[in-house]
Design a binder for this molecule. Sequence first.
Ligand SMILES: [Zn+2]
Length: 611
Amino acid sequence: MSSPSIRRRSRSTTAARGWAVYQDARDAHPEWIAVDERGEPRRHWANPELWVTCGLGPYNFEQMTAIVREIAGLYDVQGIFANRWAGSGPCYCESCRNGFKAASGLALPGPRAGDPARRPYLLWRRQRLLELWDVWDAAIRDRRPGARFIPNGPPGLESARRAEFLAVDQQARRGLTPPWAFGRSAKQYRAVMGRKPVAGLFSIGVEEPYRWKDSVQAGPEVRIWALDGIANGFRPWFTKFSAVLYDRRWLKTVEDLYAWHHRHERYLRNEAPLARVGLVYSEQTRDFYGKDEAEAKVDDHLKGMYQALVESRVPFEMVHDALLDPEHVDQFKLLVLANVAALSEGQCRRLADYVDRGGSVLATFETSLYDETGAARADLGLRALFQVSYEGRVDRRMQNSYLALNHETRHPILAGIEDAPRVINTVQRVRVRPLAPFPSPVTLIPSYPDLPMEHVFPRVPPTDERQVYLRERGPSRVVYFPGDLDRTFWEVLAADHGKLLANAVDWATNEERPVAVTGPGFLDVTAWRQKESLTVHLVNLTNPMTMKGPFREFVPVGPFTVRIRLPESLRARRVQLLVAGTAPPAEEAAGALTVTVPSVTDHEVVAVDVS
Ligand SMILES: [Zn+2]
């Protein structure tokens, strides 16, 4: 290998330097180097000996292509996996400037979120990376027909559909990451990959901005992260930076995980989820509506809804908004749209068709108020489905406002909060007016002064303005919350909001849950069908360190009653608890199996052999 980029000395040079080069390589090939907005070549942020390369130009398309071809020719590899293959942020090199100009007629966008070139740039970048994926894949297969290129982090999740196998690199939690975040990634990738294998890449180390990449963290944190990924369909793949073992505490943790996984592999094939609820996620909403505020405007809605679904223990999957066709959504009874603001006409039509076929929809806030490019609509794209019309105004901050709960309606959405005449409102709301008659279980108590104390009283009588619109159409149900109930739930975590969301999901689903779990604690519940078995995973997230890791120890919870609806024509032959290693008491009646799980330390899997 004569490449100046990889002839250096240290043992890690070849493996990790695909996206950065030394000075000699820069001297020989200045066109390989990424350029910042001021036109300056980019030095590596963590290692000043190195220069960052452009992900979309000749370095990747020519030099790295030659390297992967050489590797595939010299070594008996099954594939080449690359992280950081897609470049490191925006690049303003000549190749990028010319390439984008040729494709779009535009100059590269600046840092401003509203730059009109931004959307074309994101789409061009994605297209360029798909081309690169194809070029590397072809180069590898040219030398080794059975091998493939495996990207880490594909350019757009929908493009993951083209992969035969993917590894999702989300090594550990940091900051306020919830413990279900790894499982959520598994759901997102499976939404596009289907049954193709997806490995969840977890680390044994501390994952914080200070990059302690040679560290070891507490066993319970490593375990809970990996177990929630496994419960949601990941195959485990652990990573340890550097090959020197300073701290050996992690070895037993990883050994135990893999030994258990291997022992019970036939119950972990996860051929099909039993979930009947699909939570829709939308990259176009994040990119073109959320833009630089995607965390607050998009992700926080999704996280709030995700948290509510986990708390309610209803098994659910995720659905990519580009895949709303019958093949991908008809397995579900309910689709949940947590502020999926940017939807095309076609996507709105597919959602309406889904409801026509008997499906239900639950949506919040600005869902469908923007088109797929992020341009505002005059009215909701789903106006006919919701039977409400946009009044042209969104309240962005409602202070000291409440929701009146009108129990005389006896609506199931109020179950479990019958003792409350009112609860706190959301923070934001879309002003809408109804186009049809609706029940009124939840109505608005408008904002009133929160100081001084003696002025804290409502200024107007309770209004009849509904804060949830509930429709029934045969077996289908449509729920629209004009408020940001999901996002407010994520910010405030009010139990009342969690109940409203869970009740709305159950009412809209309008059928018995496939799995119902009763007992104390915070569990992530997933349910699967294998060729000859059903499995229900209970991952115990109950911990003082749940919302701010790391876990130090597990807090056992239980007992639980697990009721599993048996798919028609299936009979239970044998029930086991794959972690406790016992055969628990079980009762079969009326098409359902009821199992008692005495206690869950970190996780349990109820495995039911069926015939
Ligand atoms: Zn470039």
